[in-house]
Write a protein that binds this ligand. Sequence first.
Ligand code: ADP
Ligand code: XUL
Length: 534
Amino acid sequence: MAAALDSPLYLGFDFSTQQLKVVAIDADLNVVHQNAVQFDSELPEFRTRGGVHLHADGLTVTSPVLMWVKALDLLLDKMKRAGFDFFRVRALSGSGQQHGSVYWRTGASETLNRLDPDQNLYQLLQDSFSVSDCPVWMDSSSSQQCQDLQAAAGGALRLAEITGSRAYERFTGNQITKLQQNRPEAYQHTERISLVSSFAASLFLGDYAAIDYSDGSGMNLLDIRTRNWSEICLRAAAPHLDRLLGAPLPSTSVLGNVSSYFVRRYGFSESCSVVTFTGDNPASLAGMRLQQGDIAVSLGTSDTVFLWIQQPRPALEGHVFCNPVEWQAYMALLCFKNGSLTRERVRNECAGGSWEVFSAALRDTPLGNNGNMGFYFDTMEITPPAVGVHRFDRDDTKQVSSVSPQVEIRAVVEGQFLSRRVHAERLGYSIIPGTRVLATGGASSNKEILQVLSDVFNAPVFTIDLSDSACLGSAYRALHGLVAESGVCFFDVVKKAPEPQLVATPHPAAEEVYSQMLKRYARLEDRVLQESRT
Ligand code: ADP
Ligand code: XUL
């Protein structure tokens, strides 16, 4: 039954790498509105490619903070023009690409507190940031700082035991250290450091928003067991960090009401609650209503694999984050930098820029690709830390320099999914009867890609109708945030959500083909990794 025209709505935003997206749901969890702003094409004045600036050293990657601000102006204007009734919004939440950091200039909180509704945020916040180009998750320029942090914490494994991960270049603590060392002036003029998620929440709140436990786990600074900043890590990273970061909060907290700026400019209700924003992967976990035993594979700008876990067992590979929906639980995550952008590059070179031609090549080539296999690390990969394109045919002893376009297309997709499975299994995951692979992100709209995923994992693949689970998860979290304090469980709030749809089942020959290939992939990956190191 259609909801009444004045019934409450819940908004979920996602400030991701390439775009800003929003979804609105009603109290029955039906999606009633969706909208988006693409950074490269709709805000060309910021000259980004894929939403980022890649610097000349090939390692530094940043995004302009004012691009995100202007995207929000544009998105809300689009919603207004589409007749969206902001007054019905009872609560909103959101997510951001993980690890990126925003540096608010001294005095910015006053500006945030008194935003003039006659002007847009882009005009109002021109002078509010001490760093205009923010380090983002694709950055890998902080190796030295990572080594220093690990040394201060008593080694890589000890740091992983405290923070859930060994030191990673993209993790915010190491980025903050680098910024403080290279740009001490800018650091000195900073009064607050936000993650992309808490920065976005701050805009809606008109005040600095807390970092939540789950996204805070991607900084190498939070003790994931005590859920407080780790003294050792803060001290090693940079001066005055506890003041600059503010206290972290549970991911389900209500931060306050939306600022009067949004009430007066867009007609939000004064009582609309802002629920803590979190990282895009934690938000996706909520959007997919991931359960124990399921494995989620997100095929966005980055590919990620994540699992719900009860007990943290941090290791030297992968990450453990606080769980975004149940505060005693955790989630494990693996991140692969060469995801959609690499598939797109191969599509452009081998399929004339067409996903249809790309998909046809997957249909027309056999499982296992006649023994051709490839590693496609266009930029320095995170898992494993290797770089370059490495192709092998049946003969493992030497690399081949090229293969036919069709073979290349299957090699990139099979190679990526073999890697996702090999590394998930190293994290302790095993595929058991009943396992569901839940796919999300931009490439999950491609059935042929999902068929390869199903074959490599030898398990059925499901998607949710809306491929953007981070947005949807944020809207679910907004709804849950209103009742979480009184002890209502997340899964009770979202039980009416549509069930994931089955989109692919494994080919009968999949098990035989890929069990062999997985072993071969792991062996060759070791070699590629060694070659990358020399
Ligand atoms: P973000 O990380 O910005 O949230 P998305 O999850 O929206 O990204 O994914 C964007 C990516 O989805 C694009 O880079 C594109 O390569 C990929 N994509 C979109 N449509 C298809 C398709 N039909 N087949 C394969 N990949 C696709
Ligand atoms: C996760 C990671 C990426 C970003 C961008 O650790 O770095 O998935 O969250 O989506």
